[in-house]
Write a protein that binds this ligand. Structure first.
Ligand SMILES: *[C@@H]1O[C@H](CO)[C@@H](O)[C@H](O)[C@H]1NC(C)=O
Ligand SMILES: *[C@@H]1O[C@H](CO)[C@@H](O)[C@H](O)[C@H]1NC(C)=O
Ligand SMILES: *[C@@H]1O[C@H](CO)[C@@H](O)[C@H](O)[C@H]1NC(C)=O
Ligand SMILES: *[C@@H]1O[C@H](CO)[C@@H](O)[C@H](O)[C@H]1NC(C)=O
Ligand SMILES: *[C@@H]1O[C@H](CO)[C@@H](O)[C@H](O)[C@H]1NC(C)=O
Length: 362
């Protein structure tokens, strides 16, 4: 009996640990000391490190082992997505805070298939595609480099040149990696897959073309252009807008006429709502209460948060403090002021000190 119990507990632990929540890589990890080692040892150490990332599913471990520098790229993607999430949610009740020692760096918040979960999935899939494509163009990965396919089309007034960043490879990798943890036969999996794809499209749709002139004394007789990744901030802003307009959906079974097969589709919960397209975010559940602390879910609550007394928005004291009211403290504030231009060529400023009201939620 005891043995069975032990086996069950171990199984439960394993199930709990392998989550595929690769964004946990954003958490500070103990770094393995790599001293003066040969390339073979370095590769072996890297593979071992991939293997020991216990929250990755098997496919993710395999992809991690592709390149000796892949952990670093994954880590960059994870850190950038957490930073961007915290920027986008800085005024919200849930501020994308992270939790130590959890199977998910965001605590249990993502157990709810909420708008926030939709945003995190989309943003992290986007950040991964972005980080991988960037690493490709910097020559940091063996499998990819610059996008050579753009050169096949020859435009008239300019020419392709330089290094076009390979978002196609980035997307392919992100799809393989992020999507491998999802089961499309579950409602949750279907929704996560949709949001991951929406995230990747937010990057692809914002690729920029930048050009440089060549030719004698700035004549611009030759214009060379390449494709560049958008800043992740731009992607974060776009996904934030999608988050605000996210669709509450449910899973529908549609019987395919020809083969008589059941296919699962996402439809708006209410018939009068717009059908989400591939760039929209979708969610299945309402959000948990972010007002009060909840240790189990890793929710900090909004006590102690700074609010804006005059704002009618999310950062306004009324909404952010959840009706508990706020306290006003007077704080010393420093700012550059009385700046003037000094010939030639600098700007001289003074530092002004003044008192400023600072509002904090009860
Ligand atoms: C690293 O090891 C090589 C040979 O194994 C040696 O020649 C080199 O000086 C070592 N470098 C350092 C920084 O210890
Ligand atoms: C997390 O775990 C580490 C080691 O297991 C421990 O030293 C640390 O105190 C823990 N942190 C929290 C917040 O529980
Ligand atoms: C998808 O819907 C959004 C509005 O929710 C709209 O702005 C966007 O243009 C649509 N995209 C496509 C490809 O139809
Ligand atoms: C989020 O809010 C909590 C207070 O609820 C604060 O302690 C924490 O520093 C904030 N985190 C970020 C990333 O802003
Ligand atoms: C507070 O909100 C108002 C109105 O939205 C805005 O003009 C002001 O800049 C905000 N103040 C701070 C400190 O963010």
């Amino acid at each position: 009996m005891k043995l069975i119990w032990k086996v069950l507990c171990t199984l439960l632990l394993i199930i709990q640990a392998v989550t595929g929540n690769w964004w946990n890589l954003a958490a500070p990890r103990p770094t393995t000391q790599v001293g003066n080692t040969s390339l073979e040892t370095f590769t072996a150490l890297h593979k071992d490190a991939c293997h020991r990332l216990e929250y990755l599913v098997e496919r993710q471990k395999q992809l991690c082992m592709l390149s000796d520098t892949m952990i670093k790229v994954l880590q960059t993607g994870a850190q950038q997505s957490v930073e961007e999430c915290q920027h986008q949610f800085r005024h919200s009740r849930w501020n994308c805070s992270t939790v130590e020692n959890s199977t998910d760096i965001f605590g249990g918040v993502l157990k709810f298939k909420s708008r926030e979960s939709a945003f995190v999935h989309a943003l992290s899939a986007a950040a991964l595609a972005h980080a991988v494509a960037r690493a490709c163009s910097r020559g940091e990965l063996n499998e990819c480099s610059c996008d050579s396919r753009v050169r096949k089309r020859t435009p008239r007034h300019w020419q392709w040149g330089g290094c076009s960043e390979d978002i196609r490879y980035g997307e392919m990798f992100s799809k393989d990696f992020s999507d491998s943890k999802e089961d499309k036969n579950t409602d949750e999996g279907l929704v996560n897959l949709h949001n991951n794809e929406a995230g990747r499209r937010a990057v692809r749709g914002r690729m920029q073309r930048v050009c440089k002139c060549h030719g004698m004394s700035g004549s611009c007789s030759v214009r060379v252009c390449w494709r560049r990744l958008p800043q992740l901030r731009l992607v974060g802003d776009a996904l934030s807008t999608r988050y605000e307009g996210a669709s509450h959906v449910k899973v529908y079974y549609v019987v395919e006429r020809k083969r008589g097969k059941n296919i699962r589709k996402l439809r708006p919960l209410h018939m009068d709502m717009k059908k989400p397209n591939k760039t929209d975010l979708v969610y299945l559940e309402d959000s948990p209460d972010y007002c009060e602390p909840n240790d189990e879910l890793g929710i900090l609550g909004t006590r102690g948060r700074t609010c804006n007394r005059t704002s009618a928005g999310l950062d306004g004291c009324r909404l952010l403090c959840c009706g508990r009211g706020y306290q006003t403290r007077v704080r010393d504030h420093e700012e550059k002021c009385r700046c003037r231009f000094v010939w030639c060529c600098r700007v001289h400023c003074e530092i002004c000190r003044f008192k400023r009201d600072h509002h904090v939620c009860n």
